[in-house]
Design a binder for this molecule. Structure first.
Ligand code: ADP
Ligand code: MG
Length: 570
């Protein structure tokens, strides 16, 4: 690798070039946090590099900061800009996100150019070689190209290690959930937008550090160096190398920095103008990546292969979940009115009713994802109405969504581990440092996840990537993942929707198995024969009201049900 040429063998020109490339790679690794982990393809990271650079330049020239403190100040400025924009960006689809960040890329250089007093105008802000005084040991470090080379390589190594730890640890699982199926992640107590927005801030900070040091290497902060072209180059570096691959941005940066020589070579062979050729090769590379479906040279992670012995999940404690007189309106639509029901551990309670009768609204309110206008939710007599999704998950109430994609990047056992997120006690800092407590907890969660798969008879799915599963297997995984949260009561929204009878049979067997393991299930279901087969009790909703409740046989005989529901749907 260019970046690890030993300083003693190279002159300042070469060292400046390799240090510069390593800082660029560092910014690209930062961008990979955003693209690969948060699923946010930013076309504006050049702006964060630029803010880091100008932050450092201002800190050096106006505040008298030393080179390291100045670079950190730049990183803080970039992170602040990332925080201001990240929350909004995390809500956007990838295409809108790329457009919005592209505007950001223009905005920062335009504003800098408009205020020459801040940016130094066309000449930029000159920065003399920095000196770091180490008072304790009475030494000076002059930031020569050789020192920059060392700093850049160390920072790049640290960033790569941090990326890998994040990707393969709990944060990687949670982020894969957040970018794969945000609504399903939210239902598991993983706040998708906050997780992705937070990762975007970290990503901006790393780009800011790279800018803060590299500007000192080059000796001048010049706004024109941080324009949209830099943003394109950074994204290109990530995409060429492979978004989501730890070393992808480094490989991509190498490809980019060797591009000019390659361009000269090819131009020479073809007798063309070398300066125009670099742009041509860049465009060809970009088209090649797009044609390959966005895949780069290196593959993204395929999941951690940590082998831990499965630990059988303990049986759920007994519990009763009750709804009392729930009401909920959306504008003029009364989605629920006076709805009461109860479900206890060890039983399957089915909720049936035509489309739009309020079934999903009921489940959302029971799970804490929505608040009723009136009425109460109680678990074992305790009022839960004020509790959100996370406290309800901790209290033992979990929910699966009506239609949901799996968290595509994960293996089955990691998918179940995502369900156990709310039970983790260690946080991102300890995951990053891989402290003993974090490792212990990770092994325990892994063992729990494998135990859940075994206890549900799904060990044959172990080690598979969830992307490769068929429809029924995916539905089973979404149930197993909710069981990963160790609930007493499971709220299941249309588990057999869109399934052939044979597949629905597989799901019915799983529902019975969950009940036999002691869970209480409240199952919204369209398939009446499946309800007959698995339900102990049935509640029928129509237009937000309960029109019948009883055993499946009683409910089917009820004339109001025959008229209102069964009669209509056949
Ligand atoms: P079901 O799951 O039985 O098909 P829902 O609970 O999804 O029914 O919806 C019940 C009614 O409430 C429908 O008329 C639906 O359009 C309305 N509704 C549900 N959620 C919302 C919402 N967030 N905003 C506006 N209307 C909603
Ligand atoms: Mg529904």
């Amino acid at each position: 690798m260019v970046a690890v040429v030993p300083p003693a063998l190279a002159g300042p020109v070469v060292l400046t070039a390799t240090a510069s490339a390593a800082y660029l790679a560092l910014a690209a690794v930062g961008l990979n946090l955003s693209v690969g982990l948060a699923g946010m393809p930013s076309l504006g990271h050049g702006a964060f590099v630029g803010l880091g650079a100008f932050g450092a330049a201002w800190a050096r020239t106006r505040l008298g900061f030393d080179p390291v403190a100045a670079a950190l100040a730049g990183a803080v400025l970039a992170a602040a800009a990332g925080a201001v924009t990240g929350a909004g960006l995390a809500k956007l689809r990838p295409v809108m996100l790329a457009v919005s960040t592209w505007i950001l890329a223009w905005l920062v250089v335009t504003v800098l150019a408009a205020f020459p007093g801040l940016s130094g105008g066309a000449r930029g802000i000159p920065l003399p070689e920095g000196v770091l005084v180490l008072e304790g040991i009475d030494r000076l470090i002059r930031f020569t190209p050789g020192v920059h080379h060392g700093v850049a390589v160390v920072l790049l190594g640290a960033a790569l290690l941090a990326y890998r730890r994040t990707d393969l640890g709990p944060a990687g699982i949670h982020l894969a959930a957040a970018r794969g199926a945000p609504a399903a992640a939210d239902a598991l107590g993983l706040p998708a937008e906050r997780l992705r927005g937070g990762t975007f801030v970290a990503s901006a900070a790393v780009a800011g550090v790279a800018g803060g040091f590299s500007v000192q290497l080059h000796g001048v902060a010049d706004a024109s160096a941080y324009g949209p072209l830099l943003s394109v180059e950074l994204l290109l570096a990530v995409l060429i190398g492979g978004a989501g691959a730890t070393l992808g941005p480094v490989v991509g940066t190498l490809a980019l920095v060797t591009l000019p020589s390659a361009a000269r070579l090819v131009a020479g062979l073809l007798g063309a103008d070398a300066s125009g050729f670099e742009a041509v090769i860049t465009a060809v590379l970009l088209l090649g990546i797009l044609a390959a479906g966005g895949r780069g040279l290196l593959p993204p992670r395929r999941g951690s292969a940590a082998r831990v012995e499965p630990a059988d999940p303990p049986p759920p404690p007994t519990a009763t979940l009750e709804a009392h007189d729930l009401a909920r309106s959306f504008g003029g639509v009364r989605a629920l009115e006076g709805v009461s029901l109860r479900v206890a551990t060890g039983e399957v309670h089915a909720v049936i009713g035509p489309n739009g009768s309020g079934k999903t609204t009921l489940l959302r309110i029971l799970a804490g994802a929505d608040r009723p206008d009136a009425g109460e939710v109680r678990l074992d007599g305790r009022g839960l109405s004020q509790a959100g999704v996370v406290p309800r998950l901790r209290a033992g109430v979990a929910r699966t969504l009506q239609r949901t994609m799996p968290f595509g990047a994960l293996r089955t056992e990691e998918h179940v581990a995502a369900g156990a997120a709310i039970h983790r006690r260690t946080g991102p800092l300890r995951w990053l440092l891989a402290t003993p407590a974090a490792r212990r907890e990770d092994r325990a969660v892994g063992a729990h996840a494998r135990g859940v798969l075994r206890s549900l008879g799904l060990e044959w799915l172990e080690g598979r990537g969830v992307r490769s599963l068929d429809g029924a297997e995916r539905r089973l995984m979404s149930l197993a993942t909710a069981v990963g949260a160790a609930p007493s009561i499971l709220l299941v929204d249309e588990p057999s929707a869109g399934m052939a009878p044979r597949e629905a049979q597989v799901v019915a067997e799983m529902l019975r198995r969950l009940r036999d393991r002691g869970l209480g299930l409240l199952v919204v279901e369209h398939n009446v024969s499946l309800v007959h087969e698995v339900a102990d009790r049935v509640t029928v909703l129509e237009a937000g009201r309960v029109i019948a409740t009883g055993t499946p046989a009683e409910v089917v005989r009820d004339p109001r049900v025959q008229e209102a529901y069964l009669g209509r749907t056949g």
